[in-house]
Design a protein around this ligand. Structure first.
Ligand code: SAH
Length: 392
C-alpha cells in the first residue's frame, strides 16, 4: 500500500475495530496508527479495495463527481467522444476501468446514450444509485444535457458471491433507452447490453481492429472467435478479398451477420459465416486458405491454477494457424486471460511457431487501448495481450 496498490489482503490485517460488514467504507491504518487510506471492505482475500489515499477524505457525492469527471476528461482527451464526427464517429468507450480509474470494483461502459455499469464488489453495489446520479451530473456538465440519457446496471453476473448475485437485480437506474446503433471508428454496431456477454460488446479491441483494417487489403481473412464480428467489419472496410467469421455460438454468428448487414447491406458477398468449434475448424481446414488469421479466444485461464491447460490451448490453436496460413500471411493472436502473463503467452506462441517450423517475425505487440488504463501501481489491470506475426 505504501506503493499505492489499491488492494489490502486479509492476511495483512492485524486487527479490525468495531463491526464491519461486506461493502462498508473503512479506514485502514498502519501498525503505527498512521492512516493509510479508505476503501470498501469485503470478506474475501482482498479485504479492502482502497478508493482514496488522501488523508481525511470522505466517500461522498463530491468524491464520485471528481473521480467520474476525471475519467470522462481522459476519454475526451483520447478523442473517444466524437458522436458527430463526419468521417469517423465514435461513441462507444469504457468510461471507468476499475483500478485504472481509481475505482476498484467498478466498470462503466458507454454505448451512445446509455451507460452500462458493473459492480465487482459489494461496496460498489451499495453505492450504485449515488454513482448513477453523479454520472448524469458529470455528463451534463461536460457534454450538455441529453448526451447521456440512461444508466443500466448489470451486476447479476459479476458480484463476488452467489448470495450477493441473487440479491442483485439488473435494470435501469436512470432513464430508459432502447438498443441503438453506435459507432466505433465509424463502424456501426448494435450492442445488446441486456443479453450480451460482459456489458454487451468488447470495447477493448478497438485499436487492434484498426490495425487489422490496415493490413486487410486484398487478403483472405479468417476471424476466429468472432463474437459480434468486430474484426470482420474492419477487415471488410479495409478491402479484404473475403472474410470468414467463425464462432461456436449461433447467437454470436447471428450478431455478426446483423452487423455485416448494418454496415455492408443485405448481400455482402465477401463475407461468410461459419458456426463451428474453432479447434475443429483449424485442425481440418486446408493449407493456404487464408493469409490473414485472427485468433481472439475467450479467457482460457480464469485463474493461475488452470494456467497449464490454458497455455496448451493457446499453443494448439496457434500451431494450427502457423501450419496452415499462406506464405506472407499475417497472424493476429490474442489472450485476454489476466492469469496469463505477457511472457507466458509469448512462450506459448513461440512454441507453436517452433512446432510449425515456419519463419515467423513479430511485427507488433498489442495491448488494451487507452480507455482501459492500467494504474502503474496495479499491474494486474493489464490483461489483454496480442502479437501480430508475419509468417513466411
Ligand atoms: N473477437 C471478439 C471477442 C471474442 S470473445 C471481438 O472482437 O468482439 C470470445 C468468443 O469465442 C465468444 O463469442 C465465444 O462464443 C467464442 N468461443 C468460445 N469457445 C469457442 C470455440 N471452442 N470455438 C469457437 N468459438 C468459441
Amino acid at each position: 500500500m505504501g506503493r499505492l496498490h489499491p488492494w489490502v489482503f486479509s492476511g495483512a490485517i492485524a486487527r479490525i475495530e468495531g463491526e464491519v460488514k461486506e461493502g462498508d467504507i473503512v479506514r485502514v491504518f498502519s501498525s503505527r496508527g498512521q492512516e493509510l487510506g479508505l476503501g470498501h471492505y469485503a470478506n474475501g482475500s482482498i479485504a479492502v479495495r482502497i478508493l482514496s489515499f488522501v488523508l481525511g477524505e470522505e466517500i461522498n457525492e463530491d468524491f464520485w463527481l471528481e473521480r467520474l469527471a476525471s475519467a470522462l476528461r481522459l476519454r475526451i482527451s483520447c478523442g473517444l467522444l466524437k458522436a458527430d464526427d463526419k468521417e469517423s464517429p465514435n461513441n462507444v468507450y469504457r468510461l471507468v476501468h476499475g483500478e485504472g480509474d481509481g475505482l476498484s470494483g467498478l466498470i462503466i461502459d458507454v454505448y451512445g446514450r446509455t451507460a452500462v455499469m458493473q459492480a465487482h464488489s459489494m461496496g460498489m453495489h451499495l453505492q450504485r444509485e449515488t454513482i448513477a446520479q453523479a454520472l448524469m451530473k458529470v455528463y451534463e456538465e461536460f457534454c450538455g444535457a441529453g448526451v447521456l440519457e440512461a444508466v443500466y446496471y448489470k451486476s447479476e453476473g459479476t458480484l463476488p458471491t452467489k448470495e450477493q448475485r441473487e440479491l442483485c437485480s439488473d435494470g435501469f437506474l436512470v432513464g430508459q433507452t432502447e438498443q441503438e446503433v453506435v459507432y466505433e471508428n465509424g463502424v456501426k454496431f448494435l450492442p445488446d447490453w441486456l443479453r450480451g456477454q460482459k456489458t454487451g460488446f468488447f470495447i477493448d479491441q478497438r485499436d487492434n481492429r484498426s490495425l487489422v483494417e490496415h493490413y486487410a487489403e486484398g487478403r483472405k481473412v479468417l476471424n476466429a472467435f468472432c463474437y459480434t464480428g468486430g474484426f470482420s467489419l474492419y477487415a471488410l472496410r479495409g478491402g479484404a478479398e473475403r472474410v470468414d467469421s467463425l464462432d461456436s455460438s449461433s447467437k454470436a454468428m447471428y450478431l455478426t451477420e446483423e452487423h455485416i448487414r448494418l454496415n455492408f447491406g443485405e448481400d455482402c458477398e465477401r463475407h461468410r459465416s461459419i458456426t463451428q468449434d474453432a479447434f475443429n475448424f483449424l485442425e481440418t481446414m486446408p493449407e493456404n486458405e487464408y493469409d490473414l488469421i485472427i485468433l481472439d479466444p475467450p479467457a482460457f485461464a480464469k485463474h493461475r491454477k488452470v494456467l497449464r491447460n490454458a497455455l496448451i490451448g493457446y499453443r494448439k490453436i496457434n500451431t494450427q494457424a502457423f501450419e496452415k496460413i499462406a506464405s506472407g500471411g499475417i497472424l493476429f493472436t490474442f489472450s485476454c486471460s489476466q492469469a496469463v502473463s505477457k511472457e507466458d503467452f509469448r512462450l506459448a506462441v513461440f512454441s507453436a511457431a517452433a512446432a510449425s517450423g515456419r519463419h515467423v517475425r513479430i511485427l507488433h505487440q498489442l495491448t488494451q487501448p487507452a480507455d482501459h488504463p492500467v494504474s502503474i501501481y496495479h499491474p494486474e489491470g493489464e490483461y489483454l495481450k496480442g502479437l501480430v506475426l508475419q509468417v513466411d
